[in-house]
Design a binder for this molecule. Structure first.
Ligand code: UD1
Length: 387
């Protein structure tokens, strides 16, 4: 039998096997905390369409309740239909185990489209497993690049974009990146589903949580650190030392520690002053309130850089590069890497009242990240292309 190539976006006219009235079976693959946030607006838009049969498959990459279950509960995402319970392992083992189980599931259910999100090992595993057995793949949050090939997430992004049929791109910069890799033909600028999620949930979050706030608004900072480049070496301790000194001088920091970071700190003899308070990972609604009311956000997370921008809080990014360059260009995020001089100068800039936000910021954010309708655009496009 000749090799049958699955239709790609550019030969979509071949993809007309289904009558237009039948529902499209899409399986969303999620596994890690930021993916649950991206899934929420998509799942809502799919349900509202009335034309999509949506299956949610959780790889089990993140398994602690406060890294997983609480997101489904708070964001009102239907319980996952399948959980592969893969858990933690080295990159190759984790990705390989996922691929094996995903392939079995894809083979027995033959969904019309596999929808993958972001840049985790779950994203890559699902994309590779589906594409090799000729099931269409669409990628939400495509086109992002840090241009740092030492980040596992960067490898996941590049490989996933090249193997996907349809690419949903949150920002114009992402479109430029895909153009440079000859992938623009399969891509659309959908806007950012994380902006949808913030806009949908912020009022609820503020109404439920204001009483639990321990510090006055703008009188504390919020810190997160989980990237291996920051946590898996002495960089972690030197960063925390500088941050501790700054926290004592300016404002206390709340530090919801990722399990990776907490384990490393617990195994070390490093100690912090009371100006940095380590707490458990925050649930999504608590996190939105904590970001909105903070005077500053210090982070190496991708999602948090944007949530800070969307919620009007200045951000300092503790990485050498960012995929969200728009937040830097707009002026509400400062990229300092691990350079203590730059970090101190950035904190002082914010402490002096220079936050980078003005009356133009909201418009600029809308033009780059969309106005909160990314999930609807993605839903419409999936139905147009694949049904
Ligand atoms: C993953 C993603 C990253 C994303 C991040 C969000 C990859 C390569 N990285 O990194 O893109 O920004 O999720 O959090 O996929 N652990 C627990 N409980 C959990 C989950 C993890 O204890 O529920 C611990 C395990 O010891 C594990 C470590 O955290 O070894 C790291 O987990 P892992 O699945 O490798 O990915 P993240 O570092 O969370």
């Amino acid at each position: 039998m000749p090799f049958m190539r699955r239709p790609m976006f550019h030969d979509v006219q071949l993809h007309q096997a289904k009558p237009v009235s039948s529902s499209l079976h899409i399986v969303s693959i999620v596994g890690a905390r930021p993916q649950f946030v991206k899934l929420a607006p998509i799942s809502r838009a799919f349900a509202a369409s009335g034309s999509i049969r949506h299956t949610i498959l959780h790889t089990g990459q993140h398994y602690d309740d406060n890294m997983s279950t609480v997101f489904f509960d708070e964001l009102k995402i239907p319980k996952a239909d399948v959980n592969l319970e893969i858990g933690s392992a080295s990159h190759a083992s984790q990705t390989g185990r996922m691929m094996e189980k995903l392939e079995q599931w894809f083979e027995s259910h033959r969904p019309d489209v596999v929808l993958v999100y972001g840049d985790t090992n779950s994203t890559l595993a699902a994309c590779l497993a589906a594409t090799k057995i000729h099931i269409a793949v669409a990628h939400v949050e495509a086109g992002l690049r840090s241009f740092n090939r030492k980040m596992p997430e960067e490898i996941n992004r590049v490989a996933t974009d090249h193997c996907s049929d349809r690419l949903y791109v949150p920002t114009p910069t992402g479109m430029v990146n895909l153009h440079a890799e000859n992938l623009a033909q399969r891509a659309i600028h959908s806007g950012d589903v994380m902006r949808d999620a913030v806009q949908h949930n912020i009022e609820l979050a503020l109404s439920r949580r204001t009483k639990t706030q321990k510090h006055n608004d703008n009188e504390y900072g919020l810190l997160t650190l989980h990237r291996p480049s920051n946590t898996d070496s002495d960089v972690l301790f030197s960063l925390l030392k500088v941050l501790d000194t700054q926290a004592q001088k300016t404002m206390p920091l709340i530090f919801p520690a990722h399990p990776r970071t907490r384990t490393i700190l617990e195994k070390s003899s490093f100690s912090l002053s009371s100006a940095i308070e380590i707490v458990e990972p925050l649930a999504y609604l608590d996190m939105l309130v904590a970001v909105k009311n903070a005077g500053i956000v210090l982070t190496d997370s991708g999602g948090l850089q944007k949530e800070a921008a969307f919620l009007g809080t200045p951000c300092i990014t503790l990485r050498e590069e960012t995929e969200w360059t728009e937040t830097i260009d707009i002026g509400v995020n400062q990229l300092v890497g691990t350079d203590s001089g730059k970090l101190v100068a950035a904190v002082e800039k914010v402490a002096s009242g220079n936050t980078g936000f003005d009356e133009q910021t909201e418009l600029a954010l809308d033009s780059h990240f969309g106005g909160g309708d990314a999930a609807q655009k993605i839903t419409d496009d999936l139905l147009r292309i694949f049904r």
